[in-house]
Design a protein around this ligand. Structure first.
Ligand code: ADP
Length: 411
């Protein structure tokens, strides 16, 4: 029968998985070898035949019928279960150790494959010869059986230990599962509570809006003019709070896909100019200038104008918050064949490269920033732009100064 040799690559994979070098068992410690050493040379020769295996040779395959046991004289072998492409490694054996010993006791298929990991010299005893010899040497046979039985006991112990470990693992997994369920429930209750609180903030806010409008109506003209700045401040803060509340409510809806867009054909130029006009007062307070660059032939886009207005306002708001005094902020529009690109560019401190994706996540803020918001504005922008089939990202501004927040809307 010709020997089956594994391809080099497969052998290299098996060798790489081996804990090299394995400690060879001292030859004198092997009960079997000690017994065999005590036998006469001639007798030994009648009992055993030599087998030389080259590296990669399959000594026997899992499932093949077992008719012999091997004693390793020199070299190293691996014991594997399952497909040899991705096997379970059962162990490694070296000089003085035996493999396939169960074949001497019973005629069963091999329970694992054994592969020579390097050039190996084996001594082979087949079942028939062994059993004949046992009949005439019961005492020697008993010792061999004792060593086989010790081996069986030790594998039983290993099996026991692994069953216990498995049970422990199953217990731990079920503990983790219940902990996960508890945390999910906690998270759900927290989310529901915060959604309720956010929802209820709308009522006092609409009262503030109403009072501001009434004041504008009832205040005498001169006192209205004297207090114009205060009223503007109250108005723009209330508008900001309104945007925050709407974003919080929308983020929850957008994340659960229950977010109907109210799309219509929209003049994006008018929408941008209107947003810039509303941000003029906060920009003036922060001493920054707002400018727009809009092509004259911009086509109409089909979008939810309310959502895209809030995306713009969030981006302009951030640009104002993070710009140094007297720096310009540019809102520009551009269009290609299939989409419009909107960008808001500031000359602030920019976003570190490692934060450029993360800042779009819920509550994410650039580390070290003095918190000036809740880290939700960009999350809303991301979800709202994605709901329109567009993309949003940030890149460094011109000459690497500041940042350019850009988003696309399909045409
Ligand atoms: P926040 O309410 O905290 O501003 P955002 O989601 O709008 O929440 O922004 C998240 C974080 O991204 C901010 O806290 C800030 O660290 C950073 N950031 C956003 N816009 C800018 C910008 N134009 N320049 C510098 N950093 C910015």
């Amino acid at each position: 029968m010709t020997a089956e040799i594994l391809p080099l690559l497969e052998l290299q994979r098996l060798v790489a998985a081996a804990p090299a070098p394995i400690e060879p068992m001292p030859i004198t410690d092997s009960p079997l070898l000690r017994l065999l050493a005590s036998l006469e040379r001639d007798l030994l020769a009648t009992l055993m035949t030599e087998r030389h295996c080259t590296a990669g040779e399959v000594i026997f395959r899992e499932g093949a019928s077992g008719d012999a046991m091997y004693l390793i004289w020199a070299g190293r072998v691996g014991v594997f279960k399952g497909n040899l492409q991705s096997p379970t490694v059962l162990g490694y054996r070296g000089p003085g150790e035996v493999i396939g010993e169960m074949a001497l006791l019973e005629e069963q298929p091999r329970s694992a494959s054994v592969i020579a990991l390097e050039n190996t010299r084996l001594l082979r005893i087949d079942r028939e010869t062994f059993q004949e010899w046992l009949n005439s040497n019961p005492a020697v046979g008993m010792s061999i059986m004792a060593s086989l039985s010790a081996r069986l006991r030790s594998s039983d112990n290993i099996l026991n230990a692994s069953t216990q470990a498995k049970r422990q693992l199953v217990r731990k997994m079920s503990e983790l599962q219940s902990e996960k369920e508890r945390l999910q429930e906690l998270q759900r209750v927290r989310q529901e509570t915060s959604d309720l609180v956010i929802h209820d903030l709308r009522n006092p806010l609409s009262i503030i809006y109403g009072v501001l409008s009434m004041l504008e109506m009832v205040l005498p003209k001169d006192s209205l003019e004297n207090n114009r700045e205060l009223l503007n401040m109250a108005h723009s803060s209330a508008a900001r709070m309104q945007r925050l509340i709407d974003s919080l409510l929308d983020i929850a809806k957008l994340e659960t896909d229950e977010f109907p867009l109210n799309v219509m054909s929209t003049n994006l130029r008018a929408l941008v100019e209107d947003a810039v006009k509303r941000e003029a007062f906060p920009a003036q307070l922060a001493n920054v200038t707002l400018e727009t660059v809009i092509p004259s032939d911009l086509p109409a886009v089909v979008i939810d104008p309310d959502k895209i207005d809030r995306v713009l306002m969030n981006l302009i708001d951030n640009a104002i918050k993070y710009s140094p005094k007297d720096a310009p902020i540019t809102v520009s529009l551009d269009y290609q064949q299939d989409c419009v690109t909107v960008s808001v560019t500031d000359r602030g401190r920019g976003i570190p490269p490692e934060e450029r994706e993360r800042i779009f996540e819920r509550f994410a803020q650039v580390p070290g920033d003095r918190p000036r918001g809740f880290g939700l504005g960009l999350t809303f922008c991301y979800l709202a732009v994605a709901a329109h089939g567009g993309q949003i990202w940030v890149e460094p501004g011109p000459d690497g100064v500041g940042s350019s927040f850009m988003f696309t809307l399909p045409l």
